[in-house]
Design a protein around this ligand. Sequence first.
Ligand code: GLC
Length: 516
Amino acid sequence: MEPSPTLSLDAASSVEPLRILMASSEAHPLIKTGGLADVAASLPAALRDLGHDARLILPAYPLAARQLCEPKQLCDLKLPGCRTNVRILEGRHPDHDLPVYLVDAPEHFSREGNPYTDLSGRDWGDNAERFLLFSRVVALVAQGLPAIGWHPDVLHANDWQTGLAPALIRDQPGHPATVFTIHNLAYQGLFDRATFDRLGLPPSLWSLSGLEFHQRMSFIKGGIVFSDRVNTVSPTYAMEVRTARFGCGMDGLLRQIGGRFSGILNGVDYRIWDPKTDPFILQSYDRETFGLKAENKLELQREFALPRSEDAFVLGYIGRLVEQKGVDLILAILPILLQDPRIQMVIQAAGERPTEQALLAIAAAHPRQVGVLIEYDEARAHRIEAGCDSFLMPSRFEPCGLNQIYSLRYGSPPIAHRTGGLCDTVVHVTPETLAEGTATGFLFDDPRPEALLNAVQQALQLFRADPPAWRRLATTGMLQDFSWEASARQYLELYSEAMADRTMSERPIHTGAALA
Ligand code: GLC
C-alpha cells in the first residue's frame, strides 16, 4: 500500500495519486513486436512522471526476464491449468523508474523468439492457455496479492492477451476499476468452442453478452464487455471501428457501448525518439541544423549498400509485413518509381514470407536503388527515420501508428493513407496549408497503388522543385509535439470515470467467474 517514496505529485494535477496496474504482453525494450510495446512502457512512465504509482505486469519471456533490473522473487502460486507453480518476479524497468512484475510460468512463456508464434510463423497451439494464465495472474495482482502488498485502484489491460482479466475480476468484491485499450481490433484472440470447454472457464461466459463471438470464443470481447471504460488509440480509429468497414465484426458492440468507448491518441517518448539526442544516429540535428540531416542519408545509403548521393530522394519504410500495412501497394508502385534513377527506397521489415520474398526480389533486381533488410533492428529503425527524406505509411487501417510521428520529429515528412491515427497526426500538404505553415506531410484517400503513386509524386515534385518549401514542411513536422503528457492526462480522466462508475449495474451478465 505504500506509495513509492520517489513519487512526487504533480502540483498542476487535480487528481489524487492513483495506483495503476498496466497489463500488457509486451513492453519496450523487454520484448517488442509492435507499437503496443512502446506504449506499454512509456504510458506508465508518463503517469509516474505525473505523480501516480503506475506499475507494469507482463509474461516472463526469456528476453524480458534477462533484461529486468534487480529481479527478486515475490511469490509462488498454484494455479489451474499449470502443472508447476507460477512465480511472480519483481524488478525495475531498464529505462524508466518503473516497477515491473513478470509472470514466470516456464511451461507457458519460456520460449525464445516471438511471443505469439513459433519459428515457422504459426500461432503457438496453446495461446489460449498461455494468455488465460497470464490474465489469471493479472487478475490476482489487481485484487491485491498479500505477497505484493499493493492494491491498485485501476487495472489497465491492453489488447486480447489481457482481455480475460476484466472478465475474471468482475464479480470479485472490492475489485479495482477496469480500463481496456484496443491497440488493434484485427487481433481478437479467437478460439473454438472445444478450447473454451478445455479452459474450464465459467460456462456462463459462453454467451452473446459474454465471450461468444460467432460461435467462437473471443478474448478481446472479454475486455470490451467487462471493462468499465474501453478506448482505442486515436479519435479517428474510434470512429472508424464503429463502422462495418473497420469494425472487424465488433462495430455493433462498439456502437452499443456508446459513451463507455472513446479514442485517446498515443504519445511518443521523445527521450528515445529525437534526432537532437539520438545515440543511434551518426549526426545529430534539430530544426535549426536541418541541413546536417543529409549526413545521416549518406550513412543510411552506405548501410543499405546503395550508392551515396545527397541528391537522391530516399523513401523509408519500417514495419511488419501484414496486409494491414499496405506493403503490397509499395511493391505495386516501385517498378514505376524506379524508372527515376534518383529515387531510392530502404525497407526494414519482416512478416509474411511471400512479401519478404517479393521485397528481396525487387532489391536484387535494383541493387542501386532498393535496399531491403528482413529483420527488426531497433537501432536501425532510428537510422532510417533520420536518413530517409520521406517515410511511407500506406496502411489500409492504422489505429494510431507511431512511425509517422517519429518521422515528423526526424524531419522526414510522412506519406500516409488518410485513416485512423494517421489522420490525427499528419496535416496534408495543400497550397493553403503550405502557405500558412501548417502542412506536415502527404495524405492520400484510397488504399490503392494509383493514389499512393500520386502522393509520392507530389512529394517528389516539392522536394525537387522547391527545396525551401520542402525544408519548411519538414521543419514544421519537427515542431509538432505528441509527447505523452497530454495523453497521460486523458488516461487519468478515463481512470477517474471508470472508478466513479464501478458500481455499474447495467452490465449485461453476471458471470460468477472465479479467480483462480
Ligand atoms: C498497434 C497498432 C498501431 C498502434 C500501436 C500502439 O500496433 O497497429 O497503430 O500505434 O498498436 O497503440
